[in-house]
Design a protein around this ligand. Structure first.
Ligand SMILES: C[S@@+](CC[C@H](N)C(=O)[O-])C[C@H]1O[C@@H](n2cnc3c(N)ncnc32)[C@H](O)[C@@H]1O
Length: 226
């Protein structure tokens, strides 16, 4: 088997063992099974909101297979993608050669310790797409609020896509996280000081008919211009 074929087989094997295939594989030239949802719609909307991408330091938390990280790296941003799933990070690292750009993927858990370890000035923009409901299950609402307050004090902008309490999951996803979510999804940011929150748009997910919002949570001390 050639090197290319064995690398592709490894990707297929990794895709087969996971809980699901959440994202498309960005720029991947071979056929793979269909993902649960697309990312391009969300990336385009966030790219428009960000404007200039060149040299922007982006941290993509819960990066899954790296689609969003790779999309922004290809357009000039310096991107780090993290995920606590070893399988997901192996897939990211296995496909990143197909995209030009400044990009690194690391296996890491997003929690309070992770946030306080971010060096001042190291990260401009953070993506947290469809991750806070998992963190809420892992850590609880108060902990997530503390994490967001600390994060926004240390970076210029957070883009966050949020699962909603009123989603009625299609049975096959067996999603029970909605019961523990706050009625007002912006409660996650209730203890953030001196921020402006703007709605970027609503996007379809695989979980229900209900569209999920992406918000920009921007520190009012931000030095980024639009
Ligand atoms: C629903 S997927 C969303 C993927 C991607 N952000 C998107 O919206 O296309 C959630 C991802 O976050 C990761 N994840 C969940 N909790 C995490 C945590 N505490 N630290 C790091 N990754 C986490 C999961 O492994 C998974 O890849």
């Amino acid at each position: 088997m050639g090197i290319e074929n064995s690398a592709h087989k490894e990707i297929l094997d990794l895709l087969a063992v996971g809980p699901h295939i959440y994202q498309p594989l960005y720029n991947y030239p071979y056929d793979v099974p269909k993902p649960l949802r697309g990312c391009e719609d969300r990336c385009k909307a966030v790219a428009t909101a960000l404007g200039q991408l060149n040299g922007l330091n982006i941290l993509d938390i819960g990066c899954s297979f790296g689609y969003n990280s790779l999309y922004f790296a290809e357009r000039g941003a310096r991107v780090t993608g993290i995920d606590f799933s070893e399988r997901n990070i192996k897939i990211c690292q296995g496909i990143q050669e197909h995209t030009n750009g400044d990009i690194a993927f690391h296996m890491a858990k997003f929690d309070f310790q992770y946030i306080v370890a971010i060096q001042p000035g190291a990260v401009d923009v953070v993506f947290i797409f469809n991750v806070l409901h998992h963190v809420m299950e892992q850590e609880g609402l108060e902990a997530v609020q503390g994490m967001m307050a600390n994060l926004v004090a240390n970076v210029s902008e957070i883009y966050v896509e949020l699962a909603l309490a009123n989603e009625n999951p299609i049975d096959k996803y067996q999603v029970c996280f909605t019961q523990s979510l706050p009625e007002n999804e912006l409660d996650f940011f209730a203890t953030c000081v001196d921020v402006t929150i703007d709605l970027i748009g609503y996007f379809p997910s695989h979980v229900s008919e209900i569209l999920r919002p992406i918000y920009r949570v921007k520190s009012n001390r931000s030095t980024l211009t639009e």
